[in-house]
Design a protein around this ligand. Sequence first.
Ligand SMILES: Cc1cc2nc3c(=O)[nH]c(=O)nc-3n(C[C@H](O)[C@H](O)[C@H](O)COP(=O)(O)O)c2cc1C
Length: 368
Amino acid sequence: MEDSQKKLNRRIDEYYFGGSGGERTLRENRKGLDSLRLIPRAFQGSLSCDTTTNLGGVVVPLPIAVAPMAYLSLLAERGEETMARTAAKAGVSFVLSVRSAIPLEKVAETFIANRRAIATSQAMAGLFFQIYLMKDSKLSFSFIDRAKSAGFDGFVLTVDTPYIFPRRRDRANGFSIPEKMVRGNLPPSFIPNAESALAGDLSMGRSAAAFDDSLVQNPTIDVGVIADVARACAPMPLILKGVMAPQDIELGGSISSGVVVSNHGGRQLDGAITAVDAMKIFGRCDRQFPKSLWMDGAVTFGSDVVRAIALGGDGAMVGKAFAKALRKGGESEVKKAISLIKEELQVAMALVGAQSVAEVTREIIFEG
Ligand SMILES: Cc1cc2nc3c(=O)[nH]c(=O)nc-3n(C[C@H](O)[C@H](O)[C@H](O)COP(=O)(O)O)c2cc1C
């Protein structure tokens, strides 16, 4: 019989790396990137290209950011801090999910202490804090105040999860988030039963769905609410994450500092279009979109980042590829995964003949 540790590990893997419904969107995300073939140039590449770009208007050294992911500490001891430290050292920007096992102040301290300018750019990696608009909106606004004081560079408001899509794997195996994970960012007063929370064992955890329901999400996010959030974040930028339809991208850009085109890594609407599809439909290549435009979904290789930029993006966020590395071997594996994607990016830019992010255009994509 499977021992309890193995069982827990399997449940964590299924929670972390699975998708919603029949996992169609999860699979399509990779296929979408694979379908974009790139046209190499023979005579104009150089490895010393400038990778500087912007995330919500913040100048950052690389078009790569760690996507916000809940409870990185499920994957490795002090996972949020490990990811933050490794990203900061490498010049990769980091978006901390509000659902963190470690308080945001501690993660910010680690990130800021470790970031430095990298060779291909004078800029330093950006540190963003991701929030949801919770039913208890005071809680959301209190996170903004805390993150401002802690030194974050900006905010990401995720708008694609007004309702949590039931995930069959989690239901089947009865996965629950251990309470000790939930506690990281919550004021003690919010925890209903401090004693069971302190014990923190799995049996006392609430199911992912029950937790999501208690803490999250006010399903009625409208333009007025977003304006309130943006005002609270000011003067720091607010980016909206999880827009796909062209109208939403356009609207999002008009009321915030930028958008992340994302289907939440195939964890929300099963059968949703991919970010690649959405970027194509939106069709604003060559950086005509006046605000920062990023995408995510199955981004794993440096050439995927080049694809995202060629579709009109300023960069790409990486979720599960970095999470897998963290799961496999903590800091050393994340370090390897990050340096590999950076090297691949540099070489891919050189091979398509781009000296800078601005020179990665739709022309490098074969439309046949
Ligand atoms: C386990 C897990 C937890 C996530 N938690 C959050 C979250 O708390 N907030 C958020 O905005 N996105 C969350 N996401 C979505 C990611 O930010 C990102 O959109 C998605 O994972 C990108 O796709 P990729 O994992 O294929 O790279 C989560 C994704 C995963 C896999």
